[in-house]
Design a protein around this ligand. Structure first.
Ligand SMILES: Nc1ncnc2c1ncn2[C@@H]1O[C@H](COP(=O)(O)OP(=O)(O)OP(=O)(O)O)[C@@H](O)[C@H]1O
Length: 253
């Protein structure tokens, strides 16, 4: 379980990124975090694997106090809470399978990703992860020869290969065309349902959030202003989420 208790984040310049967040997310949930630009979505998701430090409150993942982790413990923890970024973060000039295998060896030196040898078992694990997202046939192709959607699926396979309990994704489909974005969301859904991984996606596309997630958490000015099942996230709720003092923001629903 991921548990936020009275969590706030104040950035060094005084901006309040999170303002007294209280949340409980059970293992196996598929949660979409929505909200206007600057609402605090990235801050919330990045706090979970300590890419940012919270300034108040308590944040635990499976009873581990995230704020207290250091060094090796933190690195180990990050293997159980995988992160997928909008920009894929892959090594472009090596094969797809090498990118995936790099997740299997903690702190693998870059040179081993490029040139190193991998065991048969490592290869099989990587291939299984690629199969899970439907691109095992691309395993031996250079990563930079794949489309954006395929690269995002490699990134997903790489994270899966480290066998995390939780998958965090920060705008994973923002750079993709609508059809490819749906395909990647379907991959997340299968992984969530078949492997019981918790999935937390921070996403601008409300229609994708409503289609694939089970639970919606909406943030505004660092606060949770809606938390409930998709069915309860009505037009009125959405209008409130994206409303500004001047009216409904253009980028909204
Ligand atoms: N490193 C930082 N230093 C200072 N303020 C920051 C920093 N990162 C984010 N903020 C501020 O914290 C608030 C929340 O930002 P955050 O990036 O979490 O929002 P978001 O909902 O993810 O936005 P977007 O959808 O545009 O990515 C914003 O006011 C932002 O300007």
């Amino acid at each position: 379980m991921i548990k936020f208790e009275n969590v706030s984040k104040i950035y060094p310049n005084g901006t309040k990124g999170l303002d007294n967040i209280n949340l409980e997310i059970e293992q196996g949930e598929f949660v979409a975090i929505i909200g206007a630009s600057g609402a605090g979505k990235s801050t919330l998701i990045r706090a979970i694997n300590r890419l940012i430090d919270i300034t108040e409150g308590s944040l635990t993942v499976n009873d581990i106090d995230v704020s207290s982790l250091k060094g090796k413990e933190l690195r180990q923890f990050r293997r159980s809470v995988g992160m997928i970024f909008q920009s894929y973060n892959l090594v472009p000039r090596v094969s797809v399978i090498r990118n995936v295998m790099s997740a299997l060896v903690p702190e693998m030196p870059f040179i081993r990703v490029l040139l190193g040898t991998f065991s048969q078992e490592e290869k099989m694990t990587a291939l299984k992860s690629l199969e899970r997202v439907g691109i095992a046939d691309k395993a031996f192709i250079r990563t930079d020869q794949l489309s954006g959607g395929q690269q995002q699926r490699v990134s997903l396979a790489r994270t899966l290969a480290q066998n995390p309990d939780v998958l965090l994704a920060d705008e994973p489909v923002a750079a993709l065309d609508p059809v490819t974005a749906e395909r990647v969301m379907e991959d997340f859904k299968h992984i969530n349902e078949e492997l019981n991984k918790t999935v937390l996606i921070n996403i601008h596309h409300v229609e994708l959030a409503l289609k694939y997630a089970d639970r919606i958490i909406a943030v505004k000015k660092g606060r949770v202003i809606f938390d409930g099942p998709v069915a309860e996230c009505t037009e009125e709720v959405l209008a409130d989420i994206y409303s500004t003092e001047e009216g409904v923001a253009n980028e909204s629903v």
